[in-house]
Design a protein around this ligand. Structure first.
Ligand SMILES: Cc1cc2nc3c(=O)[nH]c(=O)nc-3n(C[C@H](O)[C@H](O)[C@H](O)COP(=O)(O)OP(=O)(O)OC[C@H]3O[C@@H](n4cnc5c(N)ncnc54)[C@H](O)[C@@H]3O)c2cc1C
Length: 430
C-alpha cells in the first residue's frame, strides 16, 4: 500500500486529503497523511473578516484530527522543514507548545508520493522598512494580531482625543488595492462604526478612523472589468475610505508610509496586501521554480524534476495552454485538488491533463455588496454587482464546506452561522 503525504491543509490540501481519504484510504489502496503546522483549518479567503473582528476563527475552524478520523486519513501536526527527495522523507520541526515545552521531537515521515499544498506568503518586494513595520494577513494568528491592534488603536486614539490632542484620530494604511486590500478596507469601515456604537471609542468613525488604500496601478482590482473596478472605488469612497491610485510605496517607517513622490502618509497600522509568493521552503527542494518560488508543474501537476512530487494551489506554477498562468486563488486550489484526488485515488491513474477553468472572480465590499465577473463556459464574461454578487460570494465558502462535509452538514452549519450572527456582537472584542 503506497503512502501519499500531503503537506499543507489549506483550501487545496484539506480538500484533497478528504477526497483521497474517502476513496483511496477507506478502500485500503493507499495510506493518506496530511501534515500542517496548525491544529485546525481556516479558509483563507475569510481572513479579512477575522482581522476586522467580524468572524471568530475558533468557531469556523475545522480540527484536522477530527476531519481525519471522519474521512479515513491521518493527520500529523508539525512544520515541514525540508524534504529528502532521494530517501523520500519529509522532516518535521519539533512541536513546541505555547509555554515552550516540547510536545513532540523532530520527526520524519516516509512517502511514496508527496503533494505540496503549502499556499503562499505575502510578497514585500524588498521595500525598505516593510519587514519591520507592516502587518500581513497570511494566517489566523496574523489576522488576530491585526484585530487586536485595530481595537487597541481606536481605544488609544479616542483617549488622546478626550485629552485634547491636536490631531485626533487613527490612520490605517492598506498597501495594495487587490481583493485582500479592498475586502479588508470595507470590513474595517463597518467595524469602526460598530465600535463607536459600542462606545469602545468616542470618535467619528469616518472622519477620525482614517483608512487609506495605496494602489500602485491606475485601478483597484485590476483583474476585474474597468467598470467594476471603478464601482468598487466609488463604494469605498462613499464609506469614507481614501483610495489613492498610481501611488507606489517607496519606504515604510514606524508611523508612516512614504510613496515614490515623497508624500508621507501617517499610519498607526500598516497592512501589506500587495501580492504573494510561495513560502521559502519551496526554494530549498531543488525543484524548478519561478521568481515567486512557485514550483513548476506539468499538466499532470507533477513537479518537472520529480514525478513523485506534485504541487497544487498558490505554491504551484501551472501555465494553462489556453488561459495562461493559473492565478493564486482558492478556485484554482479546489480544481487541482479535485483533479489530483481522481488521479491519485485510482488504481490505474488516468493520464488526462489538468485543465483549469476560470469561473470568474468576486470581491466582497462588506455584508451587503460585492463586485465581480462571472465567466461562462463559452469564455464570455459577465459583470455582476450589488446584493446578487454578495450572495454568490457567500456561496463560495458554502461550496468549500460541501467539499469537506457534504450538503447536509453544510446546510446545518449555514443555519447555525445565521443564528450565531443574530445573537453575537458584530465585532469581536476578545
Ligand atoms: C484575505 C484574503 C482573501 C482572499 N479572497 C479570495 C477570494 O475571494 N477568492 C479566491 O479564489 N481566493 C481568495 N484568496 C486566495 C486564497 O485564499 C488562496 O489562493 C488559497 O487559500 C490557496 O490555497 P492553498 O491550498 O494553495 O493554500 P492555503 O489555503 O494558504 O493553505 C496552505 C496551508 O499550508 C500550511 N503550511 C504552509 N507551510 C507549511 C509548512 N512548512 N509545514 C506545514 N504546513 C505548512 C499552512 O499552515 C496552510 O494551512 C484570498 C486570500 C486572502 C489572504
Amino acid at each position: 500500500m503506497e503512502t501519499i503525504v500531503i503537506v499543507g491543509g489549506g483550501a487545496g490540501g484539506l480538500e484533497l486529503a478528504t477526497r483521497l481519504g474517502n476513496s483511496a484510504a477507506k478502500s485500503g489502496r493507499a495510506r493518506v497523511v496530511l501534515v500542517d503546522r496548525w491544529p485546525a483549518h481556516f479558509w483563507k479567503p475569510l481572513l479579512h473578516t477575522v482581522a476586522s473582528g467580524k468572524h471568530d476563527p475558533q468557531v469556523m475552524a475545522i480540527d484536522y484530527a477530527a476531519q481525519a478520523a471522519e474521512h479515513g486519513f491521518e493527520f500529523a501536526r508539525g512544520e515541514v522543514l525540508g524534504v529528502d527527495r532521494d530517501a523520500r522523507r519529509v522532516s518535521l520541526a519539533p512541536w513546541i507548545a505555547d509555554d515552550g515545552a516540547e510536545v513532540l521531537p523532530a520527526r520524519s515521515i516516509a512517502y511514496d508520493k508527496l503533494v505540496l499544498a503549502l499556499g503562499s506568503v505575502t510578497n514585500l518586494f524588498g521595500v525598505p522598512g516593510a519587514e519591520q513595520h507592516v502587518l500581513t494577513l497570511d494566517d489566523v494568528a496574523q489576522a488576530e494580531t491585526f484585530r487586536q491592534r485595530f481595537v487597541d488603536g481606536c481605544i488609544q486614539a479616542s483617549a488622546r482625543q478626550a485629552a485634547g490632542a491636536q490631531n485626533p484620530g487613527i490612520d490605517i494604511v492598506i498597501v495594495g488595492g487587490g481583493a485582500t486590500g479592498v475586502e479588508l478596507a470595507a470590513e474595517l469601515s463597518h467595524s469602526a462604526r460598530t465600535l463607536a456604537r459600542y462606545n469602545v471609542h468616542a470618535m467619528d468613525p469616518v472622519r477620525h478612523v482614517r483608512i487609506r488604500i495605496l494602489e500602485r496601478g491606475a485601478l483597484l482590482l485590476p483583474h476585474l472589468h474597468q467598470r467594476q473596478s471603478k464601482r468598487a472605488a466609488r463604494h469605498l469612497r462613499a464609506l469614507g475610505i481614501k483610495v489613492l491610485l498610481d501611488t507606489a510605496v517607496a519606504r515604510v517607517d514606524a508611523g508612516a508610509v512614504v510613496d515614490t513622490e515623497g508624500c508621507i502618509y501617517p499610519s498607526a497600522i500598516t497592512l501589506w496586501a500587495a501580492g504573494v509568493k510561495a513560502p521559502p521552503l519551496c526554494a530549498t527542494l531543488g525543484l524548478a521554480s519561478n521568481a515567486l518560488r512557485q514550483i513548476a508543474v506539468a499538466p499532470s501537476l507533477q513537479a518537472l524534476d520529480d514525478p513523485n512530487v506534485y504541487a497544487i494551489g498558490d505554491c504551484a506554477n501551472f501555465v494553462c495552454p489556453i488561459l495562461g498562468k493559473v492565478p493564486p486563488r482558492a478556485q484554482a486550489a479546489h480544481q487541482q485538488a479535485v483533479y489530483l484526488a481522481q488521479v491519485l485515488g485510482q488504481a490505474s491513474p488516468s493520464s488526462a491533463p489538468f485543465a483549469y477553468r476560470d469561473y470568474g472572480s468576486l470581491v466582497s465590499l462588506g455584508s451587503l455588496a460585492a463586485v465581480g465577473v462571472l465567466t461562462r463556459g463559452s469564455g464570455r464574461k459577465y459583470a455582476v454587482g450589488g446584493a446578487l454578487a454578495r450572495v454568490l460570494y457567500a456561496l463560495m465558502y458554502r461550496k468549500h464546506q460541501v467539499a469537506l462535509h457534504g450538503v447536509v452538514r453544510m446546510s446545518a452549519q449555514t443555519v447555525a452561522d445565521w443564528i450565531r450572527e443574530k445573537i453575537s456582537p458584530s465585532v469581536r472584542l476578545h
